[in-house]
Design a protein around this ligand. Structure first.
Ligand code: ADP
Ligand code: MG
Length: 311
């Protein structure tokens, strides 16, 4: 009990302190439209940062600055990251080919090691370093740490020429179980968890869980106030080749109806992740571009949104 109240006091302390300083955060003051910051103060927001939105250094700095601003303003961000281009670069130097099935990377045993080096090593370390330079108190983890996420080999069924066909994706996993003790412990003590989706199964194998799916489950398990997927396009589009066809807001049922037609490739697990988060009680899921100025803050905290809202 003593411990709990200590943690509670610390929570309140952090929130109050940060509230006082909100007016001193120029980025927040410069946002257009109404501000909904109060709805998120003291709440967890799970941010999935896609690898394809990390390659432009300026955009990357912008994304991480916004994550740091959210934390300074008393919101509790949790970052889950992918790292597609970084995996590809390591695959290229190791002479490994990669192939995707409906947004999931087929991962053989020896390529799993390279995936882990890229995600839990290179990308995780890079994001933690950059966030800490912004004073965000980031801690790098993977699904393995503290037994946070247990993976189960994914059974992937596609709608093939001869009806439903099961495809073996190798060491691609689904989230089987989440234990949120560790992320809560970190958040309650002022740290920002930065999580690589690589996780182990009860069978002792390591699995590559698609970062979108991992993040959607994590948002649900943490009782997040919002799930935000940051990618390299402005949102879900009716025609992926036509940016002006971006959908501003859509219900979960409407989004579900778009599978098999307009939702393709990497957007499949992204929308699935949004639906998982919503099913698990997260009130809103967003898909935004990491290249648009202040996209996280605008989408989350204002009525001048920039991406796609699914709710
Ligand atoms: P990330 O690294 O952010 O996970 P992905 O490449 O896996 O990025 O997923 C985003 C990609 O999904 C976009 O770049 C786009 O090419 C593709 N995509 C497929 N269908 C759509 C759609 N309907 N609307 C927008 N993008 C789509
Ligand atoms: Mg992806």
């Amino acid at each position: 009990m003593v411990c709990q109240s200590l943690i509670l006091n610390q929570h309140i302390h952090i929130i109050l302190n940060d509230h006082v300083s909100v007016t001193n955060i120029p980025t927040l003051n410069s946002l257009p439209g109404d501000s909904y910051l109060d709805q998120f103060a003291g709440k967890i927001v799970v941010i999935k940062y896609g690898g394809n939105a990390m390659t432009d250094k300026k955009a990357q700095a912008g994304v991480l600055e916004q994550v740091a601003v959210l934390k300074k303003a008393g919101v509790y961000p949790v970052v889950v990251h992918g790292g597609g281009p970084f995996i590809k670069a390591l695959f290229d130097t190791s002479g490994i080919d990669s192939e995707f099935v409906e947004g999931h990377r087929i991962t053989l045993k020896d390529s799993m090691e390279v995936v882990e080096q890229a995600l839990s090593g290179k990308v995780n370390g890079m994001l933690v370093n950059l966030l800490n330079r912004l004073g965000a108190n980031a801690v790098g983890l993977s699904g393995k740490d503290g037994g946070m996420v247990r993976a189960l080999k994914r059974t992937h069924v596609i709608d093939g020429d001869r009806g439903n066909e099961e495809i073996d994706l190798g060491f691609v996993g689904d989230v089987e179980l989440i234990n949120t003790d560790l992320p809560h412990l970190l958040i309650d003590n002022g740290y920002l968890p930065v999580i690589s989706p690589v996780s182990s199964g009860a069978d002792g194998e390591d699995y590559n869980i698609n970062a979108d799916m991992f993040a959607g489950h994590m948002a649900g398990a943490l009782g997040a106030a919002a799930f935000v997927a940051i990618t390299n396009v402005d949102g879900l589009m009716e025609d992926p080749s036509a940016p002006e066809s971006k959908i501003e807001a859509i219900t979960a049922d409407e989004a579900r109806a778009l599978f098999g037609s307009v939702i393709k490739g990497g957007m499949i697990p992204k929308v699935e992740a949004c639906l998982i988060a919503l099913e698990k009680g997260v009130p809103a899921a967003h898909i935004i571009s990491g290249s648009t100025d202040n996209s996280i803050l605008r989408q989350l905290l204002t009525n001048k949104t920039v991406g796609t809202l699914i709710n």
